[in-house]
Design a protein around this ligand. Sequence first.
Ligand code: NAD
Ligand code: GLY
Length: 377
Amino acid sequence: MTAAPTPSNSVSPTQTQTVSIALDQRGYDIVIGSGLLDAPSSWLGLPRAAAAVIVTNDTVAPLYLQRLRTQLLAHYPRVDAVLLPDGEQYKDWATLNRVFDHLLASASDRKTVLFALGGGVIGDMTGFAAAIYMRGVPFVQVPTTLLAQVDSSVGGKTAINHPLGKNMLGAFYQPVRVIADLDTLDTLPARELSAGLAEVIKYGPIADAAFLDWLELNLDALLARDKAALAYAVKRCCEIKAWVVGQDEREQGLRAILNFGHTFGHAIETGLGYGAWLHGEAVGCGMVMASDLSVRLGLMPAEFLPRMQRLIARAGLPVVGPDLGAERYLELMRVDKKSEGGAIRFVLIEGLGRAGLHAAPDELVAEVLASHCGVSA
Ligand code: NAD
Ligand code: GLY
């Protein structure tokens, strides 16, 4: 894999930054900065329609819905809101149907623009609703968690969960714009900020060794929600993701690297029941296990594992996984979307800033589980 493009110089928090996703007619801008929710320029030039429908949840709505609605009323004759219950456990068909119930009951036509106001759960569900309502309507991502700003709102993966597997029902469907207002992170609970840092950290080992160094130096500033540090991290993550998605939108190869830590992580989420661990927590712990596997397979030197463990723990994330039993972990991981013919394939680090897909013997995986989840090998 060639190296990700080098970052531009440090970012002022008040300066609006734009990262573009280059996908021809489906390309779009990710706009990052402070004060964007209330800035009329954020909402100019979007597709015109008789109605805009904001999909959000009952936690985010009291914080930001009215402000977004006020801006959108300058552009759309009708602006509705659909409030979903909050939580990963509601990322399912029954809850998604509430969006369709509203769209159909309000006779929303195929030009209706959906706005996803919230974290990754709302973004993934709204994107999937937009992909299949009347075979596709435009949607805008307005991510309000760190995780959503650095990852889920970008790149067009949309999905809901199935009881047997995480994000198993979905579509690739790109938004028409992403508006990432850094000020919305002020109200994010600390545990959610940490969860977002898991996805931030992943970009270092998979694509940018210098970003990993930067994170080690600036993690405390990120935890303290320093706006300049957040602005730089969100922009750098979006640059890397844009570079990956621009080459491999539908995950035929390269895009899988964005799943570092996710094979173990999704097993934790599904195995414990959705919502027990946050997605970012499961990914953080999964990155510890995937780092260990990278070392055990001889792809990385031994010191890589403690380096990752330290950073992930400093971010406030768990580094010890739940004991689901080795067999159950393996069973859950075989359902992973990267598996082929029942063979699990892990994203492993092949050198700092470089990753690829690898198979591993079950016995070695069991040793990793024994080391980090206390399961008997
Ligand atoms: P989330 O959407 O559940 O949001 C986390 C919590 O923060 C929720 O309780 C939410 O209501 C609350 N919240 C959101 N914004 C807030 C704010 N500004 N202030 C206060 N509270 C706020 O979780 P998440 O971590 O944002 O996203 C996780 C989801 O994203 C998972 O379902 C995961 O599968 C998905 N994901 C998708 C992709 C992708 O490429 N599509 C990538 C990574 C993760
Ligand atoms: N979050 C993984 C991806 O977008 O491919």
